[in-house]
Design a protein around this ligand. Structure first.
Ligand SMILES: Cc1cc2nc3c(=O)[nH]c(=O)nc-3n(C[C@H](O)[C@H](O)[C@H](O)COP(=O)(O)OP(=O)(O)OC[C@H]3O[C@@H](n4cnc5c(N)ncnc54)[C@H](O)[C@@H]3O)c2cc1C
Length: 503
């Protein structure tokens, strides 16, 4: 049996929604809510009137404000005179996750608990495997049954494994299950298929902005949940990773970052108030703190892109001098970021060279096995032990800061092509390092960025040259001249070192 494409799955979901909307048994309020391009009806049906709550299963959007999926759950619950449970389950074997990521994630949990309390919602935090209590096995469906959920609302995550979880749940649940495309401004299925370039996607995305660049409602839940004594829930203050024996603790947290919705808002306000006016000038200067540095928060859903876009837009409306900076910022936050989501959503080969376009395949066929002057092994790359000071500095930023400036990410990935035997290995190395060390790793942006740098994705053919063929080349000399690279190298060598603890 062949795996259906995302477009075929989109068509199946559209057919489910059409039948649901046409069914005279569908209550008007559900019909009204379901008729929204941000929402996917994975499993139709009507909420059981005898059930006890509506569950919002929070996965990617780790925030209890400015969250369309949560707003939807509250609207439905208020109509049905039911409470809302916000359910978040931490698991020890989340793909490529390690202690660095989970420390940041954990810092966001108290904000979720506080915002849930303020909105009359019950936050249920669980962890699996639950080694010090037999309370929970990690089975979501069992949890929904335990709390007698009438319906489950979830956010969406286009990455392969997380999308599979949702599909699996839709097949196993017997109650309605809807998901909400929460972490993009323009619902990603509006683009309908894989987009060829930012130039193609940008006008389509921008045309849709008037409809979607609108503030969240953040309604209040009218009915509180009476928590049974027997219902197990973790305190957000406890270490959610405790006693996990199969969990990767070798990649240590980075002190310079603090996760959570409040920290994200603080950075956003600082950015719009003090940095936006120089964004256009400084964004390609890795030696300056010139960009929003919101990517880790976006990755964990501690803030949504809509909140950021609205704040940036409001600043530009207040001060028209900021409009060029807003446009430049929107190009990254909306055009490039949502192109990356589109890439992962519609391109099943997003993590291997088969996603390359025809011109890039042709040039790879010609040059991928060209002789390399220098080859490095993974530990040499990982430990920043190459002959290239600029590259090593970028790698130190990754190791010890958990983040890297965009300009250096491009250079970093390009050089790996030169220093590994072929592009398949190069891409594997880049994905491994990217996902292991970056707080914003394991994200569509990473897969799209690596495909851009290594496979010419979303780029065009340049002049033919050894090893790179027609893929865009970046040399140390020209890259280092575009900003104060000496200063950057010095800064990165001064970073407080995160202890090395290799797997
Ligand atoms: C090889 C490579 C690997 C990358 N890996 C990741 C990754 O793992 N995770 C990640 O979030 N980004 C990744 N990027 C994209 C980009 O480098 C980061 O999003 C950006 O540097 C984050 O910094 P910022 O928040 O200060 O960006 P800002 O300049 O302030 O931009 C605001 C937001 O726009 C989005 N954005 C900015 N640049 C890009 C871009 N080129 N592509 C897509 N979205 C963009 C991000 O969400 C970012 O937070 C990668 C790029 C390359 C070339």
């Amino acid at each position: 049996m062949t795996t259906p494409t995302t477009q075929q799955i989109d068509a199946q979901h559209a057919a489910i929604a059409e039948r649901f909307l046409a069914d005279p048994a569908t209550p008007a309020f559900l019909r009204h809510l379901a008729n929204n391009p941000r929402i996917t009806l994975r499993r139709p049906g009507l909420p059981d009137p005898k059930a006890r709550c509506i569950v919002y299963w929070m996965q990617r959007s780790q925030r209890a404000r400015d969250n369309h999926a949560l707003d939807l759950a509250i609207h439905i619950a208020n109509e049905l005179v039911l409470p809302v449970l916000v359910y978040f389950a931490a698991i020890s074997n989340f793909p490529h996750a390690n202690l660095r990521h989970y420390a940041f994630l954990q810092q966001g949990l108290p904000d979720i608990a506080a915002d849930c309390a303020a909105r009359n919602l019950t936050f249920i935090l669980r962890r699996a495997p639950e080694t010090d209590s037999a309370a929970w096995t990690g089975d979501h469906a069992a949890f929904f049954a335990e709390v007698h959920a009438a319906m489950v609302i979830a956010d969406e995550n286009p990455m392969r494994a997380t999308e599979q979880w949702r599909r699996h749940l839709a097949d196993t649940l017997t109650i309605p299950f809807w998901t909400v495309d929460n972490d993009v401004i323009v619902p990603s299925r509006i683009l309908e298929k894989a987009q060829f370039s930012a130039g193609v996607a940008r006008p389509r995305l921008y045309r849709a902005l008037p409809e979607f660049l609108v503030p969240y409602e953040n309604p209040h839940a009218t009915h509180a949940f009476k928590i049974p004594r027997s219902l197990h829930r973790e305190s957000p203050d406890n270490d959610i990773t405790r006693n996990w024996t199969d969990f990767d603790r070798t990649c240590k947290p980075v002190e310079a970052w603090h996760g959570g919705h409040q920290a994200a808002l603080k950075r956003l306000h600082h950015f719009t108030a003090n940095m936006l006016h120089t964004y256009d000038r400084d964004r390609n200067h890795p030696e300056c703190d010139g960009t929003s540095a919101l990517s880790p928060y976006l990755h964990f859903g501690h803030i949504g892109p809509l909140t950021i876009a609205l704040a940036v837009n409001a600043a530009a409306e207040k001060d028209p001098h900021l409009k060029p900076a807003r446009d430049s910022y929107f190009n990254e936050l909306i055009a490039w970021r949502e192109l990356a989501v589109n890439f992962v959503r519609y391109q099943p080969d997003y993590d291997n060279p088969n996603c390359a376009d025809n011109w890039a395949r042709a040039t790879l066929a010609e040059h991928d096995h060209d002789q390399r002057e220098t080859l490095y092994k993974l530990p040499q790359l990982e430990n920043a032990q190459t002959h290239d000071d600029l590259w090593n500095a970028a790698q130190l930023q990754m190791l010890h800061h958990g983040w890297m400036h965009n300009y250096l990410r491009m250079y970093w990935a390009k050089k790996i092509i030169e220093w590994t035997p072929n592009v398949r290995i190069a891409q594997r190395v880049a994905i491994y390092l990217n996902d292991r060390y970056f707080l914003d790793g394991r994200d569509p942006n990473g897969y799209a960025g690596i495909a851009w740098a290594m496979l010419g994705k979303f780029d065009r053919a340049w002049f033919d040259r050894p090893i790179f063929g027609k893929r865009r080349y970046m040399s140390a000399a020209s890259t280092g001249k575009k900003f104060n690279s000496k200063r950057y190298i010095h800064q990165m060598n001064q970073l407080p070192k995160v202890p090395a603890d290799r797997p």
